[in-house]
Design a protein around this ligand. Sequence first.
Ligand code: C2E
Ligand code: MG
Ligand code: MG
Length: 683
Amino acid sequence: MTGLASLGATGLGRFKGLLGGRSASAATPVEVSAARASNRELRQALMLLRDYEQSGIGWFWSTDSEGKISYITEGVAQKLGKTRDELVGESFHSLFILDRDEDDTVERTLPLIVSARKTFSELAVRAALEEDEIWWAISGRPQYSASGEFAGYIGNGSDITESRRSQRDASRMAQYDALTGLANRHRMGKKLHATLTAYKAAKRACALMILDLDRFKQVNDTLGHPAGDELLKQVAQRLKRIIPETCEIGRLGGDEFQGILPDVDDRGRLGDMARKIIEMISQPYSIEGSRCVIGASVGIAVAPYDGIDADELTRSADLALYAAKGGGRGMFRFYSCDLHAEAERRRHIEDDLRDALAKDQIYLNYQPIIDLKSSKVVGLEAVMRWEHPELGNVPPSVFIPIAEETNLISALGDWAVRKACDDVVTLPGLVSVAVNVSPAQFGNPNFPTVVTQALAASGLDPERLELEVTESIFLADDGVIEQMFKSLKVLGVRLSLDDFGTGYSALGYLETADFDKIKIDQGFIRGITEKGSRNVAIIRSIVALAEGLDMVTTAEGIEAHDELEMMRKLGVQQIQGYIYAKPAGLDVVAEAMASGEWFIEPNGPSRYRNDRMTVLRKIGLIHEDHRYDATMRNMSRTGGLVEGLVDVPAGTQFVVDFGEGQLGVATVRRSAGSMMGLEFELP
Ligand code: C2E
Ligand code: MG
Ligand code: MG
């Protein structure tokens, strides 16, 4: 290679004549013999050069003092769409475009480099004339005449297209999500940072939307991961259709997506967009021949109002998303500063819940379950209570969901099973005890062992232990649930289906799940004595279904005599409700049962506060320029109970959109968790 190197250094331009086949001019014999010898050498060198050029590994080029091509390897000329002869005389820098890295901040161009007459090496360039992308690395060295005048460049090049492509693929992979082709978390983070930094000075707004799929995990678990992947791809396609092209969409991982919307701060427009996204995502999907439906929750934050840097804005959008999910899923929420306070409050509760058991703050109350015909107490439902040192009595509707999210539920729930068994054996009578079991507990393969040990330690007859589960357990893997049913049945305990009719499940699971009891949710009881209530028909069919499948029926939440009479008429066997008794401590129960048996006469209002109807109606709540989706749970002439927004301060005014153009003004009178009582301005 030294030969080639030195030839290169001598200047290829010198060989142009030979390459072109012209003969040398007249010379002396000595010169001729010397020339012969050097001709031989040269010829050999040329052969080697030709061979090298033809191999395609590398190529050569040279220019004159004006930067015009004086030589270029034929193969490269062809790649540039011309012959060598056609290229000779063209300006070198018009043939190539300099590649600049994304991060390259120095403004460099090929003409600039060449006019500086400096040596350069391994510059990545692209053919200026070519459609296909071919990449070369070129090096060049300035040449000077004996008198020191600039004589042009000589240089070489090599094809780097392949390595460029794989480099580009790698950088694509580092920036894009392989599954959906959307930008990945890394790219979105960079993009958000860059946008916010640029916009800060210009005082431009930028919205950030974070979207999380509801029930995606169930699809993944039931239809398998390939189906989950396919679903994510389809979600990405739908998002691309809705989100304007000026915005960047990305997948942050799992079932979380993000949209960066530069120059958008109109909350009306953002709300419309979010609503459209949720609607589109919630349309059914066809995946490998199966139909499946998911939902989406969206959190929105707008810079600079809700955060000025990427971290701050992301945190705000995350909080809004969290609130959207907590508000019942399938909704969107804007960030508002009270969400920070709410998150803070929740974190406190979470922290405190962690050692509530150890600190003896958790206990069980028992609510009697009565046989309607005989008025005899046949069972007790254990309900968990938390006496918080500062907050007082925290209701299970607040702390159980937190326990479920933070994996504390198994410890709490397993404790409840043991405690309830221990408690109930100490009672004088032979009532059974019902314990609520969370889906997370029910999915734990260790759960039968927990039950076995609780029974063994207390000596309670398994027949007397009832485990209450809700339909949501069927959203998990069938196999696991079926196995759990078998294992528990073997132990001899009974299983109840709690809150029946409130879940999303189809009835199909009743085929395999061998329940002993159905508990009819309070939601069906409310308003049952109203004229034309459809709940009568629903309860009638639940009773028929239960009879057919040899299950006992218990109605929950009976408060008034008219409701009780209706249950009697419909053939419901057992009642649990305030009309008989509220949950009470073990000592109270023990005293009432002192004789070994306990009969309770119903005692309550003759009619349920019948000005109030259970409505379960989707409504819109408009506050300032935001619109929130919520559910009206029940409604009277003067107000209603609304679910969907968390911790709204009392006194807040909303415009309520009842749908079909019906609007009204209402004020929040009280609020707890996601529920709030509204008073209408006009009855
Ligand atoms: P649930 O299992 O459906 O329990 C029945 C709920 O209805 C209890 O609320 C009970 O006090 C209430 N209730 C009974 N009769 C009436 C009535 O006539 N009127 C009204 N308005 N309410 C009535 P509680 O104790 O607040 O429990 C709420 C939920 O928290 C329970 O619903 C259950 O899902 C959950 N929970 C309670 N304890 C536990 C537990 O130890 N483990 C688990 N995983 N969940 C629990
Ligand atoms: Mg229950
Ligand atoms: Mg229930």
